[in-house]
Design a protein around this ligand. Structure first.
Ligand SMILES: [Cu+2]
Length: 209
């Protein structure tokens, strides 16, 4: 049912909006046309991984779509280059809760990687996170290659805050002024019970691949 819904929406929604992963730094420069592909079109892990907190971290996205849902999956494979690398024994390794919002804009969500209790996730481990985003035009993906650290704190110049924006057709078009600024971790609603939904999204992606 999700599959047909997404197919229908994909036909009527502009491809320009999509989403960007602002923090941690994604694999390679953003290429909108490649975002429906694995890791946004970047198949290989970067050499210069970002250090990321083992626990108590966050991630920030900018969504050009109002009405979106996003989840995070993780791989402990050194150079994950397929969706299979984000599963163990056929089960996706999901980190944290599902996030969703009715608004477009910039959103910061908690990303407590150690809390997911995934095998191989520990201090010093190299991991890759993949953001799975559904905003009405099919699944979109961005990856970040990380080295986890138990004593690393996100630098203070990395802002974790939400800012909703009026929806518009293209991320590159100017003039859309923020309609509201909320406190950190506030405006994006996080749902723990949406794991099944994520699995549904991934299933649809597999059908499309
Ligand atoms: Cu889009």
């Amino acid at each position: 049912m999700f599959f047909s819904l997404f197919t229908a929406l994909a036909l009527i929604t502009s491809v320009n909006a999509h989403f960007r992963l602002l923090y941690p730094e994604p694999r390679g420069p953003f290429v909108a046309d490649n975002e429906p592909n694995f890791c946004g079109g970047y198949n290989n892990a970067v050499n210069n991984r970002s250090t990321f907190p083992l626990s108590g971290g966050f991630f920030t996205i900018k969504s050009g779509h109002p009405g979106w849902t996003a989840g995070v999956i993780i791989s402990t494979v050194q150079n994950p280059n397929s969706f299979d690398n984000f599963s163990v024994n056929g089960e996706q390794q999901i980190v944290g809760a599902y996030a969703k919002s009715d608004d477009a804009g910039t959103f910061c969500m908690p990303l407590d990687i150690s809390a997911a209790k995934i095998d191989g996730v520990k201090d010093g481990a190299n991991v890759t996170i993949q953001i799975v985003f559904a905003g009405g035009d099919g699944n979109l993906y961005q990856c970040a290659d990380l080295t986890l650290s138990s004593n690393f704190t996100v630098p203070s110049n990395v802002v974790c805050a939400n800012e909703t924006a009026a929806p518009h057709g293209s991320e590159t078009s100017g003039g859309a002024s923020p309609s509201q600024t909320a406190g950190a971790l506030g405006a994006a609603h996080v749902f723990a019970g949406y794991v099944a939904l994520l699995l549904g999204f991934i299933g649809a992606a597999t059908l499309l691949a």
